[in-house]
Design a binder for this molecule. Sequence first.
Ligand code: BJW
Length: 263
Amino acid sequence: MTHTIDTPSGLEALGARIRDARTITIMTGAGVSAASGVPTFRGDGGLWRSFRAEDLATPEAFRRDPRLVWEWYDWRRSLIASCRPNPAHDVLAQWSRRDGVTLITQNVDGLHELAGSRDVIRFHGSIWQLRCAGGCGTASQPWDDRQVPLPTLPPPCPRCGGHARPGVVWFGEAIDTDVLSRCLDATACDVFLSVGTSSVVHPAAGLIARAKAHGAYTVEINPELTDTARYLDLAVALPAEQALPALRVWEDWRSPGGSGHES
Ligand code: BJW
């Protein structure tokens, strides 16, 4: 049966387990950025106008009405541009300096990178990248564009003049094969933490079950425990920005008597 913790003072044993683990994989979702002011998809404020992510984050929606889809992304880009990393991003940035830590995020907001996290695996791409949806097709590489608001919607591809699209993964689209294979490899770990995700969108949601099958100690951190939590070893019913700093892992890793492995 899953053990549940709902106070920061109950996190000592998890902190010790993480400190002693050789390999730790963390997968984050929208909840990790909630305290920074980025709306989650399926919580309060998850609707834009009257649309859900499932209505707009699809190739069909883009084909039908590229301007509408771009208005949503342009609004989100403007909002995210004024957001700053919160203590959850800061703790994970510290952890990312240690050997054996893999950070995977479903988020496209770039806040882990802004907090200083190294080698973030972006499962669903980046809202700060664009790629050609027109004549250059899938052969073209994404490019960075941080303008907010974008001067023209939809923005044009600079090469072929067709529409550019956000450099993100929509429903029905495959995860980049290299990204997926690195994430599957990272499920062979000692501890797997799922932080701030509703665990309803696959294949990301399936990674923790795979980690458990490999023998990892599996943990969810989410104030609203998900259906997945009941299959895991531990459920931490706290916001990420409270739970992660309360683990006090980095302080020990840094200390001379700490359990080492720091790069
Ligand atoms: C806090 C907090 C705090 C609040 N602290 N926590 C298997 C079974 C069923 C369906 C499928 C399946 N395999 C594939 C599918 C179909 C589909 C899918 O999963 N559909 C489901 C909806 C049923 N998946 C796909 O289509 C994927 N592609 C695919 O599988 O391709 C196969 C293929 C192979 C070969 C060729 C072709 C195809 C792609 C999925 C792409 C998802 N994209 C999006 C948009 C990205 C771009 C953008 O941002 O616009 O990704 S949708 C959206 O959902 C976004 C997110 O990354 C993703 C997950 O959301 P997340 O992060 O979990 O957010 P929320 O809002 O749901 O949850 C937030 C949580 O935080 C809540 O639980 C809160 O309680 C919590 N919280 N405050 C901690 N302070």
